[in-house]
Design a protein around this ligand. Structure first.
Ligand SMILES: [Fe+2]
Length: 491
């Protein structure tokens, strides 16, 4: 070969070699970039797995574990990934769910993605726990599945919370259904959301679903609709109401009187959801109350008649007492009211005063109606009238100690009265009131044997003896009543 052509050949070869080296260098560079990219992706995947709240497992198509995140190890109660790697995922599924798990593997490979399936798994110590699983197939370049990726979310807390809510709901329903009262749970429009068994039995019917959604007002008689609306409005504004009466219609058409108690119903965020209305059937109670009232009125009428007869009985015998007991009773009642006594005590004062001289029926008319001074003996006989009155009345079962009060109406604060010379507050307050009213009336009005002395003399008598013979408070009130004109005797 000529020398020139040999040189030219070497140069060409050199050029080729340089080009090859350049290509190789370029490929190496690309490879480096590719490796870097790969590492970066792996790092991202690893970090994603670590950051995920779910456990991550990768298996081959048969379910053999090839990768698992650290969270998975903890979730199953193991210490190291090596205890799980290489084992088949189905081993960790609770026996009753294993067939479903195998089916899920196949479906994931076939369909590419299966979501929100729930399985019971087993921890290392054998305890069962519920897990939500999302599965995806990992595919090669030709879209053929080569592995399965699963994320596992522990549902233990959710399931426990659901169970607690369910139990709390059951307790709530149990409480409501155990009540003998009818209980309605209403929304803000007054429509029924739920009703107790008692409410269903009495008002609703056999099928609760037919009653839910109905208006509560459908069970209230039309005349009481406004009252029922007011009850719901009041619950909304002041949170609860008590003892409101309304008439309702039972499913059999009967009308009942109900006593409604209600309170507001709020959601966890404080939003008003509606109200709870508890209806107690008080029809029978109202009927009994009315009967008792009627019976009381009848008894009262009889008692008033007897008291009146007793009052007239003395007046028939003792002209001195005509109108006296009645006027004394009117003043005594006014004093008792002004003193702030309870109405029952006021009634007691009034009745005792009306018949306070009843014992005089045992004193002879000659003595009682004698014009002129009484002898000591005659006066002693008259002084027996409180005890005689006590004897007459003690067997009557008054709701108040009428006989004792009458026995003490001539007792005086300092012990100078009769029959026992009782002092101070050993004398019934009612007797202290009657004694003042008795003296004021006696001095104010005329008697068959003398003219009237008038109110001023009467008041002077009690005021001069205030705290001595007569109760100071009673005297003060009596003076104020008469001087101010708040009380006037009706003649
Ligand atoms: Fe008397």
């Amino acid at each position: 070969m000529p020398k020139k052509s040999k040189t030219a050949g070497l140069a060409a070869e050199n050029k080729n070699l340089k080009a090859k080296v350049a290509r190789l260098e370029k490929n190496e560079q690309r490879l480096k970039y590719a490796l870097l990219e790969l590492r970066r992706n792996e790092e991202i995947n690893r970090k994603l797995t670590m950051a995920s709240r779910d456990a991550v497992i990768i298996t081959d198509l048969d379910g053999n574990i090839t990768y698992l995140s650290e969270r998975t190890v903890g979730l199953f109660g193991y210490k190291a990934p090596s205890e799980l790697l290489g084992r088949n995922g189905v081993e960790f599924v609770s026996p009753e769910d294993r067939m479903r798990a195998l089916d899920s593997f196949k479906r994931t490979a076939r369909e590419g993605f299966v979501s929100n399936e729930e399985f019971f798994f087993l921890k290392s110590d054998g305890r069962r726990f519920c897990v939500q699983v999302n599965s995806a197939a990992i595919k090669d370049r030709k879209e053929r599945p080569v592995a399965l990726l699963m994320t596992l979310s522990d549902l233990t807390k959710t399931k426990n919370a659901e169970r607690e809510i369910r139990e709390s709901e059951e307790t709530f329903r149990g409480l409501i259904d155990a009540s003998p009262d009818a209980i309605f749970i209403l929304n803000t429009d007054g429509r029924i959301i739920y009703l107790s068994e008692q409410a269903l039995a009495v008002y609703g019917g056999e099928d609760i679903s037919r009653v839910v959604g109905k208006s509560f007002y459908d069970f209230v008689i039309p005349d009481d609709r406004n009252s029922a609306e007011q009850v719901l409005a009041d619950i909304a504004s002041v949170s609860s109401v008590h003892g409101r009466e309304m008439r309702l219609i039972r499913r059999n058409g009967d009308r009942i009187t109900g006593e409604a108690n209600g309170s507001i119903l709020k959601a966890a965020d404080g939003r008003v959801k509606g109200s709870i209305i508890v209806i107690r059937d008080i029809t029978e109670k109202k009927k009994i109350d009315q009967e008792l009232k009627n019976s009381y009125m009848a008894v009262k009428k009889v008692m008033d008649g007897i008291i009146n007869a007793m009052e007239k009985l003395v007046e028939k015998k003792d002209l001195y007492t005509v109108g006296h007991q009645h006027r004394t009773a009117e003043l005594a009642r006014a004093i008792a009211v002004k003193m702030g006594l309870a109405s029952e005590q006021v009634t007691c004062v009034y009745i005792a005063a009306l018949i306070h001289d009843i014992g005089k029926i045992f004193v002879s008319g000659e003595i009682l109606n004698k014009v002129g001074d009484l002898t000591h003996e005659e006066y002693d006989i008259i002084k027996k009238h409180p005890e005689a009155g006590f004897e007459v009345l003690k067997t009557i079962d008054f709701p108040w100690p009428i006989a004792d009060i009458i026995l003490q109406h001539h007792e005086r604060l300092d012990g100078s009265g009769y029959p026992y010379g009782l002092k101070g507050d050993r004398i019934y307050l009612e007797s202290r009131i009657i004694s003042v009213a008795d003296v004021v009336e006696a001095i104010t009005f005329a008697r068959p044997y003398r003219p009237a002395f008038g109110i001023d003399k009467a008041l002077a008598e009690i005021e001069n003896n205030s705290g001595k013979l007569f109760d100071a408070e009673v005297v003060e009130i009596t003076s104020n009543l008469l001087r101010s004109g708040q009380f006037k005797f009706v003649v």
